[in-house]
Write a protein that binds this ligand. Structure first.
Ligand code: NM2
Ligand code: OGA
Ligand code: ZN
Length: 377
């Protein structure tokens, strides 16, 4: 007699052999995740029943393979539901717990100055789904992607956002011009260099993506630099677990009040972890840092030491990728991960960028949907 499937705890759980490994599932979890048409709408995939419609004493009375699927009878409902083993294997939760705080998932690859990403061609990503998905996959994996051959007609940056999602309008407009202004509302609108930063940490939520397109760049300087904030966080964690803890467990504060009627304020950690220790976001913007008031007196000196080390890593040449945007170039950064900087603009000539924000989840949604559909359209 086969050892699997094996009922455990009187049918409160079951053990299956999936992909050669025993995996346990709870009866309640399986019942709640049934894919049958009474539990989930076959049309839109949404769940039709609430948890309260599932008896709290749900048990597995019987289970066995029927062809390729696992048939499970739940009591007291007396309902038999079939499960696809591949579906279960992909969602198995009976596995090793996540590693130490600061981990990232398989879809993320951290990088340093050795990163070399090809610039995808604008007309290719517009016309060819394979090229478009390759470009979006770079944003998911590296938090950064380049595009060349973008028309320099004003406003094109928002059309690029429309290739995968929607523009997120902010106090800076649907799109914003980045060029030196007489009375700048933001230091971005000057010829000053900008230390590597994430944009708008004073927003909650902060925009997940920033797109910057170059229309003109005939100046000296004005080079772009990007740094993987997830690499910075990892370096800090390895060098100083205490420093990493301080920056992830205490909130920083950010503020922007550069124009009348705007007082944007947010309170978030510089290094944000999820409840399970996953590294979720980096917020770093010296220009917009407000007074930090949420770190206990006893820890403030150590906090500042860790903050300083983070700032050093942000400026560490071995972590930075430098390039100069030419008209028709555009880049996307994951604004909750990758920091961007620019060197000071010197000499005469004109420099004009246009930028906009968008949501990261929208890009990930377009990418996942495209991957599921295949690349034949
Ligand atoms: N701009 C370019 O987040 C920031 O304050 C950086 C943002 C003004 C929309 C600059
Ligand atoms: C910005 C910014 C960089 C640049 O507008 O947010 O960082 O190269 N600009 O001007
Ligand atoms: Zn910026």
């Amino acid at each position: 007699m086969d050892a699997f499937p094996r009922l455990l705890e009187d049918g409160a759980a079951i053990e299956l052999l999936l992909g050669g490994t025993p995996r346990r599932f709870h009866a309640m979890w399986l019942r709640d995740n049934a894919q049958d048409p009474q539990t989930r709408s076959p049309g839109n995939g949404q769940k039709l029943i609430t948890l309260l419609e599932i008896p709290s004493d749900t048990r597995i009375a019987e289970a066995g393979w029927s062809g390729e699927s696992l048939a499970v009878r739940f009591e007291p409902e007396g309902k038999v539901i079939e499960f696809d083993p591949d579906w279960l294997l992909a969602r198995a939760y009976d596995k090793a717990p996540p590693p130490a705080a600061g981990w990232t998932g398989d879809a993320v690859t951290r990088w340093d100055s050795g990163l070399s990403l090809p610039a995808e061609d604008y007309s290719a990503v517009v016309a060819d789904k394979t090229a478009r998905l390759r470009w979006l996959e770079q944003v998911r994996r590296y938090g950064f992607a380049r595009l060349s051959g973008v028309p320099t007609a004003p406003g094109t940056v928002t059309e690029v956002a429309g290739l995968f999602g929607y523009v997120r309008e902010t106090n800076y407009g649907r799109l914003f011009d980045v060029r030196a202004e007489v009375n700048p509302s933001n230091l971005a609108y000057t010829n000053l260099g900008l230390q590597a930063h994430t944009d708008n940490p004073y927003r909650d939520p902060a925009p997940g993506l920033q797109l910057l397109a170059c229309l003109e760049n005939g100046v000296e300087g004005g080079e772009s630099v990007v740094v993987d904030g997830f690499t910075v966080a990892e370096r800090l964690r390895v060098e100083s677990p205490e420093g990493f803890d301080l920056l992830s467990r205490h909130c920083a504060r950010f503020e922007y009040s550069g124009t009348a009627g705007v007082r944007l304020r947010a309170k978030r950690p510089l290094i944000e972890l999820g409840a399970d220790g996953e590294l979720i976001a980096i917020r770093f913007n010296n220009r917009s840092a407000a007074a930090f008031t949420d770190i206990p007196y006893d820890r403030m000196a150590a906090y500042y030491a860790a903050y300083r080390r983070m700032a050093e890593l942000v400026e560490e040449p071995s972590l930075a990728v430098t390039f100069k945007l030419a008209p028709g170039d555009l880049f996307i950064v994951d604004n909750l991960r990758v920091l961007h900087a620019r060197t000071a603009i010197t000499g005469s000539g004109s420099r004009w960028l246009q930028g906009c924000y968008a949501d990261r989840d929208g890009l990930l949604s377009a990418l996942a949907a495209g991957e599921e559909e295949g690349t034949d359209q």
